[in-house]
Design a protein around this ligand. Sequence first.
Ligand SMILES: NC(=O)c1ccc[n+]([C@@H]2O[C@H](COP(=O)([O-])OP(=O)(O)OC[C@H]3O[C@@H](n4cnc5c(N)ncnc54)[C@H](OP(=O)(O)O)[C@@H]3O)[C@@H](O)[C@H]2O)c1
Length: 284
Amino acid sequence: MKRILLTGKNGQVGWELQRTLAPLGEVIALDREKLDLAYADTILAAIRTVNPDIIVNAAAYTAVDQAENETSLAMRVNAEAPGVMAEEARKRGIQLVHYSTDYVFDGTKDSPYGEDDTPAPINAYGRSKLAGEQAIQATGCRHLIFRTSWVYGMHGKNFLRTMLRLAEEREELRIVDDQFGAPTWSRLIAEATALALAPHREPEGLYHLASAGHTSWHGFTEAILGLSRNLRTREPSLTAIPTREYPLPAKRPFNSRLACDRLAQEASIQLPDWRVALGLCLDR
Ligand SMILES: NC(=O)c1ccc[n+]([C@@H]2O[C@H](COP(=O)([O-])OP(=O)(O)OC[C@H]3O[C@@H](n4cnc5c(N)ncnc54)[C@H](OP(=O)(O)O)[C@@H]3O)[C@@H](O)[C@H]2O)c1
């Protein structure tokens, strides 16, 4: 039995990973209380105690707007901690699985971003996540980095759950329609991760992992409202607005689309269209 150390067990992806990794070995899942990534010594102590074959790092500082004012904490958790994990993984021959984001790109390209496109983050969170990728790559440890986008699920804080709540509270939803990306269900990220770790598949390096197709936040909301009528008592109106009418502390890329062909070609792993996945998630 392999021993798998999972961080961030209560996050959207971490919560699902506790379930999907279970058939692959013994999963030792830790939350922030047991393993705070802001402290390098606790990371090293956890790795020594658990003595894992694989580390799956689902923990991250994900408060995109707050990161503008907490840059040093975001850097410690998203950049320095993965670097510490990776260096220890290299020394001990451990495989490291890590997650990154579409926010490493500036969003100015007019087609989906591939793994070989040059990152140019436009906010503090994106800069910290890119630094994390680079810290892992620099160690030369055996690693898998999945860049994903617009993560949602029925667990944790996310856009889907916010829209379901606001739909009950508000007469009108005013949602941005000029940022484009692929909403990606946390369950499918966790399932793809387990598949990638299965014997004989084992891709290595950096991969984009997001649902097929793309939409805007407004299009995503339209689909959520359409598929959730039986879960709601009210029907708000939906208005499309440009980003400039919804200012936030952190800038967001207008194009967050990720080309996921590399993972499909090298490991035969491909996520379904975002609408299909949303339907499956809401069926639950
Ligand atoms: N959410 C998105 O839309 C999105 C998009 C692209 C990429 N990603 C990436 O995908 C991965 C998974 O994201 P997610 O959506 O599952 O995030 P999430 O739901 O926000 O979960 C993150 C987890 O990390 C934990 N955490 C935060 N700071 C920590 C620290 N100092 N030490 C230990 N744990 C800490 C949180 O703990 P608490 O529960 O205690 O806060 C939480 O359980 C991350 O690498 C993220 O950057 C996410």
